[in-house]
Design a protein around this ligand. Sequence first.
Ligand code: AMP
Length: 577
Amino acid sequence: MAMIGIDLGTTNSLACIYRNGRAELIPNELGEYKTSSVVSLMEDGTILVGAAAKERLISHPETTAASFKVWMGTERSISLGTRSFKPEELSSLVLKQILQDVQRYLGEPVEEAIISVPAYFNDNQRCATKLAAQLAGLTVKRLINEPSAAALYHRHSTGGGDSRMMVIDFGGGTLDVSIVECFENIIEITAIAGNNRLGGNDIDHAIVTCFCEQNGLSMEELDSSARSVLYRQAEEVKIALSQPRNAPEATIVLRQGEDKYSLTLTNSLLRQLCEPVFRKVREVITRAMKDREHADKIDDVILVGGSARLTVFGDYLEELFGRRPEVCSNPDETVALGVGLCAGIKERAEELEDIVMTDVCPFSLGVATYNDNRDKNPHMAFLIQRSSMLPASHQDNFYTLSDNQQRLRFEIYQGEGYYASENLKLGELEVRVPPAPAGRQYATVTFTYDIDGILHVSARSSGGDYRDRLILNPRLQPGGMALQQAYERISQIRLAAQGTQEDQMLLETALRIHAQTIGECREQAAELIQYFERCRADGDPIRLGKARREMKKRLAVLEIYLYADPLSEEFRFDDDE
Ligand code: AMP
């Protein structure tokens, strides 16, 4: 049975398989490698995932969700209409869709996967990713850090001699910077730094904020559909400005009743708006370089992730490094190809067998420790330091602070702060100790951080009591009732039927344009919707094929004229029936 690699992205997700001696991306039902990580609840209770769901962000914002990866591992609930979902449940629906597409394409069942996660994902986020996969019916054979996957693919595809490179993975919602040393067949990730709330979405947000300021609009007063329209256009103009032919400017237009608002963006304004985001990128780069000796001697800077395509980002990095970084040929596919390669290594493909890849722990892990029993603000005793090579294991002894103390309780934290309260609490563990004067009894705490970046903690007291189960967030705990319930909930959800994606996508695009416009453009969208629904209901495959072609042509025209002033007569839609 095949094992696949999945890049489960904030904006898009991709699947890859290693076969016939190479990593091969797997197209979805629309023939595209990228599936939008967007989920929408349809009126009939089915779930739509991908490009068609993305269209519904504008026409049905209340029942559609995007960018939920940034909430993975948190308690946040996301509502789709009257139903509410946890972030890992929404991710599981994306994985379910990908799995359905992969199985259709390969013609065989797939149960195992390697999934990439941002290097900076914390323990909760990693557990949530594994849980999402489990809910989708997949066994995760390994979680791999996204920049490690990118480095693996870059190294494998370019060959090259011994070198030290910096991989900057700048996606929709996350930034990861890693320093990778390659010598002979060994790829060693030696430092990682990141920010999992920084990406292209922040740039879109800066553009939308500027649009509102310039037009005297308040974002809070706009309805969710208008906001979605603005975000979609912000992303489009941002991308347009980085096209190879480099359009000098691009305009965002919003119509509210009779009023029309606009903002024209140039690369120089975009650069200005990106400045706060780029400053944060710089902080992360500096952190990665400080963690590694000789990191100033970087041979190559490699850019991956969708936002790597931004011209102004390349300009900024060129100023920072004194030379232009290399953008991978397909920056938004590199991670997925690397995860596919990793699946090949895991399956022991002969030609890949001798590649060895090592990774490091991206943050420090430890327990809260008290100076004495009056201490109210515990500080950290670190058991695993940031940038330790994985798997890492370390133990330490902790002594009782009071006479006849009966228990030693350990609160486990992740982060770099001196005080425990500054860091992320992962869970707690408690062991019993026999009564004795203070400082006589103790417990040995062992931390093991595995190659998936998941922490295992155990404690053994001097009295012989042993515990190795963290009191984690019960929802994210492997096994157990909560998982079973979530599994049952998710397995009852139906995805849109196979073979319907293209039609759904065409219909949703027409619905989106209808929601976005008024006047003649809206009337034409309405005509298209009725025409296409009639053809679908009719069930005649020849007529439907013709209708699809017609829809594509007409929608493309409407897209062009979407933001222009009232359509000219020549673009009137005539039903050809
Ligand atoms: P990823 O998470 O790697 O799929 O990256 C998605 C992010 O890349 C989104 O914020 C997109 O807006 C952004 N993106 C995709 N293509 C481009 C492009 N050509 N220029 C600038 N940003 C892009």
